[in-house]
Design a protein around this ligand. Sequence first.
Ligand code: HEC
Ligand code: HEC
Ligand code: HEC
Ligand code: HEC
Ligand code: HEC
Length: 369
Amino acid sequence: MYRSFVFILSLTLAGISQEEFKSAESCGDCHHDIYQQWQSSMHARSTTQKDPLFQGMYNLAIAETDGMLTGKCIVCHSPMATVFQENDREAIFNQDGITCQFCHGAAEIVAHHSARDMKIDLTTIYSDQPELENTAHPVAHRDYFFRSEFCLPCHAEMKNPVEIEVCSTGNEWREYLKQTGKNCQDCHLLKQDGKVSHLFPGSHQTDIPSGAVEMELAYNTDTQELMISLTNTGAGHAIPTGTPLRMVYLKITAFDSSEKIIWQNWRENPVTEDRGGVFMRLLGDNQGNAPVPPWKASQIIYEQRLLPGKLVNKRYLLPEQGVYEVEVKLIYRFAPKAVLDRLGITDPHLNSERILAQQSMRPGSEAGE
Ligand code: HEC
Ligand code: HEC
Ligand code: HEC
Ligand code: HEC
Ligand code: HEC
């Protein structure tokens, strides 16, 4: 303990020599499979070079704040910047994103506000495994690798300068923990052939079990109301969570018996036409413009998200005549189309609409479905 204290002290005073950096690729010489998994994870793609959405928002942040946010954004997305005290995005260690040596250099975790709260020691490899002296590198044991505590420095929370909550995954999860005792790793660190996978699947990857939201439909013939019941049964935090760019929304389409569309809950833009069917945290400025980026936000204009285990019911009045079948989709987007257009992002993956849940019913028939 005493030794690591002295080490951390000298780290803060002098910084660490950049020659201590070992690239993920070099770890991959021996840990081949893990390197391959990491490479296709968002942890490897968290940089401006590899993530067009981060690049776009980062460049906008710098342009709109006279560079004030340069060091802020890079902290968690290229955390080696904090170790070597160098924010240059082109530095070889910053291009490695959330790299092996950062996570496995975590000698101590002191708080959950940013990657800075992980105290990094580059001379040893820390993991859940027992102490080990081998020819390749020393391995020391820490007991937090399978607990949320290890992920929360980067994933827990973020507030903007006027204290608007931008990200709150940590608090959402703490509520969930009371009911289930599950940690991030229970869902995001999958096992393959007895070894942990480094894919860390989330919304960009398809490996996470889909069907996190359960949807049920019911129709009231007296009131002509369609009731949509949604429950987040699969995630240990809100859906959506993380960056406030994410949006989830209902698309409801009513057809007549010749499959012609006779009604929809929105045509062009769910946020302006049917806000009640939108699940997101919508940030706005003083004048009420929304969405605005986090650094311009002075209020949360609207917030509705699917909290773990909580039932949400939405009612829609269908046309009195002619509805033969109604189809309901719950759709996920990485960012509003207007934001992607503004940033000039045409990447098909980032522009895609993913269906989280889907159901159809025939209001006329007794059995529904
Ligand atoms: C020269 C080969 C080599 C290189 C390079 C290497 N390792 Fe290892 N590593 C090993 C060996 C051998 C073990 C002992 C356990 C085993 O056989 O898997 C080990 C164990 C580990 C463990 C503990 C898991 C366990 O099974 O005990 C972690 C974590 C780890 N290495 C991470 C890294 C990281 C991060 C890097 C790059 C900074 C790295 N290694 C570079 C060979 C290497
Ligand atoms: C050093 C900071 C840091 C740590 C520690 C960290 N992450 Fe991340 N993680 C990030 C960043 C930054 C991103 C977003 C990268 C991007 O999209 O550009 C991310 C993305 C993710 C995603 C989204 C992947 C997807 O497909 O959408 C998941 C899931 C995730 N991390 C889980 C974890 C878990 C579980 C842990 C703990 C075992 C963890 N992370 C530890 C910084 C971190
Ligand atoms: C406290 C750590 C932290 C800081 C500081 C941080 N981020 Fe992130 N960022 C994350 C994590 C964790 C994720 C993954 C959450 C998710 O997938 O929703 C993420 C995801 C993102 C995404 C989504 C990327 C994608 O491909 O889906 C964007 C864009 C982004 N951050 C931009 C920024 C900008 C711009 C800044 C600076 C103003 C910033 N971040 C500062 C931790 C951080
Ligand atoms: C986001 C943080 C994070 C990153 C980045 C990361 N790891 Fe890990 N790694 C973990 C966690 C969590 C575990 C599971 C607990 C443990 O075994 O320590 C783990 C486990 C391991 C193990 C033991 C595997 C087993 O099945 O027992 C090795 C070896 C390893 N990592 C190597 C690497 C290498 C090599 C890289 C880069 C290519 C890397 N890690 C990147 C968090 C990370
Ligand atoms: C009970 C399982 C479970 C637990 C526990 C859990 N997650 Fe998730 N997480 C999910 C599922 C499922 C999704 C994908 C939801 C969807 O379909 O978009 C997800 C998505 C994410 C994403 C991507 C969000 C986005 O839209 O960009 C991040 C980041 C993430 N989780 C981080 C964490 C962190 C950090 C923890 C711990 C504090 C955690 N998760 C705990 C199941 C879980």
